[in-house]
Design a protein around this ligand. Structure first.
Ligand code: MRU
Length: 347
């Protein structure tokens, strides 16, 4: 289930705001349209945002009338700037844009830039799918037999090139016959768990049970959760993890109940420039997401609202970080820095 497809002169993506009621494919022919789809969360999830942004740059190159390389470079810089301004937290977005910039800088002429940018964006999407499968393979080895696994938000195929990160671990463990049931946090306020994760798991026939976010502690206390696995939007060099709002509360509950708390993410989610989780920019979204559910107002008109889209789980609560290159354990400053040295990613 690939959420975004390259179609020669445009991209098509599943409109994730219409799920699970409808599977609508949205056509975007320009980088502006891609940026709007990211901003409005028609496409969302850290790796999928990165892929969309890369395709957005490729579309900017194809749609440009520039005949000189310097003119095209200027237009691509502009396109990158407004794509980068869509959502601040997921580092994959900026990583993908840097990769596209490095690609156009290697080319001398307009035709070469266009060809290389399309190839690079497609490669990035294909690599992401492979990374998710590798994350799944590594993560499945941590899953006990007959596991009851809790996940928060949607870190599934819809959030990546395909297969998913946290759901990649669950998918691979399910393929190995290890999963008894997945607890799906509904994930207020945008309901990625209820709308997207529940839908993905049901499509694959993986047994799942939807709960409100505030029920997780109850089931942990009753001994009905064996492990938690979530995705990430940004991981600092010391292992602090930004992920969907509510993740931190789940991690604290895991510590209280002695339940392993795993984070599954590709390398591109690690931001080597940041050490402290408090320095990760946290997106603040519209209060309407909190005061209304599916367009229906549930709070009094005019009530002041806070709506941070992400929170930060400190490294000390993270049992392991599962990447395509293997499983990293604390102390993260050492394990992640050893790993980052071998990545060769742009900084
Ligand atoms: O606001 P969203 O839906 O883009 O947030 C998504 C998450 O928090 C995911 O857990 C994260 O991006 C990892 S997706 C593989």
């Amino acid at each position: 289930m690939r959420p975004i497809l390259w179609c020669d002169d445009h991209v098509e993506m599943i409109d994730q705001t219409a799920l699970p009621g409808r599977v609508d494919w949205l056509r975007s022919g320009t980088s502006r349209e891609v940026a709007e789809a990211i901003r409005s969360m028609k496409i969302r999830g850290a790796p999928a945002i990165g892929i969309a942004a890369a395709y957005g740059v490729a579309l900017a190159a194809l749609g440009s009338a520039a005949t000189e390389a310097t003119d095209l470079r200027r237009e691509l810089e502009e396109a990158s700037e407004f794509l980068a301004a869509t959502r601040p937290t997921a580092v994959n977005l900026f990583w993908a844009l840097q990769r596209m910039k490095a690609t156009w800088e290697r080319q001398a002429d307009v035709a070469g830039m266009r060809r290389a940018l399309v190839e690079e964006a497609r490669a990035l999407a294909a690599e992401d799918e492979q990374m998710c499968r590798d994350i799944g393979r590594h993560g499945a080895s941590l899953v006990p037999q007959d596991a009851r696994i809790l996940t928060h938000c949607n870190a599934g195929a819809l959030a990546t090139g395909d297969y998913g990160t946290a759901l990649g671990v669950i998918r691979a463990a399910h393929e190995a016959g290890k999963v008894r049931q997945v607890w799906v946090d509904e994930t207020r306020p945008f309901l990625q768990g209820a709308r997207l994760t529940a839908w993905e798991l049901m499509q694959d026939g993986i047994p799942c049970r939807l709960i409100c976010d505030n029920m997780a502690g109850h089931f942990m206390q009753r001994g009905q959760v064996d492990m938690v696995v979530v995705g990430a939007d940004r991981i600092t060099a010391h292992g602090d993890v930004a992920n969907k709002i509510g993740t931190y509360s789940v991690a604290v509950l895991c510590r209280e109940h002695g339940i392993p708390f795993y984070v599954a993410a590709p390398y591109s989610t690690i931001d080597p420039k940041l050490v402290e989780g408090r320095d990760i920019p946290i997106e603040e979204r519209s209060g309407d997401e909190v005061t209304a559910i599916a367009g229906h107002r549930i709070a009094p008109e005019g009530v002041p609202v806070a709506n941070p889209a992400f929170d930060v789980t400190p490294a000390r609560l993270v049992s392991a970080i599962i990447t395509e290159r293997g499983v990293f354990r604390p102390p993260y400053p050492e394990s992640l820095s050893r790993a980052l040295k071998t990545v060769g990613r742009p900084d």
